[in-house]
Write a new protein. Structure first.
Lengths: 113, 111
């Protein structure tokens, strides 16, 4: 069982839809991360939040909009996605960020029609 | 910029064999190295953490070592089992928060 919970597990959406991915952790971690993983490729970092502030944006297109309402919750808002955005989206957390270990959720499998 | 190479890319072995998976990093400034496994379509499960002051770490049948001077890490799996079949990842860090992943080692253990 993972201590980082991601919902939904699967999401199918059209290119004009707006949807959100959710990530939750109750370990008291203060850093949270979004990664994108295409099929048969390694994960790639998208965003980092540290103490609820966005600290890293890896030049991600604006159709992906992250939000960290509190230290336990991380959202990824999706709008006007493209078929190439279909991927596994992974959330992770770490106690205080920096060089500390990261704990991953099981991911949300996103398919764009 | 940190780059990670994992060798071999894929491995298929019969059950019971002892295995060695290798990682090398272009930037040897390695802190808190994590080894992960990933089952198909799933998230990453942390297997071992070698902290910056350590040279190796053991958990059950797994042993990971880190040689900072050469920028290399090795994961040793003893007495492999079919349940060990997965992709193994050893990300480096380009900067504190940023994990940089190689393409992994895809392991299949045959019954």
């Amino acid at each position: 069982d993972t201590e980082v919970t991601q919902t939904p597990k699967h999401l199918v959406m059209g290119m004009t839809n707006k949807k959100s991915l959710k990530c939750e952790q109750h370990m008291g971690h203060r850093a949270m991360y979004w990664y994108k993983q295409k099929a048969k490729k390694p994960p790639e970092l998208m965003f980092v939040y540290s103490y609820e502030k966005l600290s890293i944006n890896e030049s991600v297109p604006s159709r992906f909009s992250p939000e960290c309402p509190n230290s336990s919750l991380l959202n990824l808002h999706l709008h006007a996605l493209q078929p190439e955005d279909s991927a596994l989206y992974l959330c992770a957390s770490s106690p205080q960020g920096g060089n500390q270990p990261q704990h991953f959720g099981d991911g949300t499998r996103l398919s764009i029609l | 910029k940190q780059e990670v190479t994992q060798i071999p890319a894929a491995l298929s072995v019969p059950e019971g064999e002892n295995l060695v998976l290798n990682c090398s990093f272009t930037d040897s400034a390695i802190y808190n190295l994590q080894w992960f496994r990933q089952d198909p379509g799933k998230g990453l499960t942390s297997l071992l953490l070698i902290q910056s002051s350590q040279r190796e770490q053991t958990s059950g049948r797994l042993n990971a070592s880190l040689d900072k001077s050469s920028g290399r890490s090795t994961l040793y799996i003893a007495a492999s089992q079919p349940g060990d079949s997965a992709t193994y990842l050893c990300p480096g860090r380009s900067s504190g928060d940023k994990l940089t992943f190689g393409t992994g080692t895809r392991l299949a253990v045959r019954p």
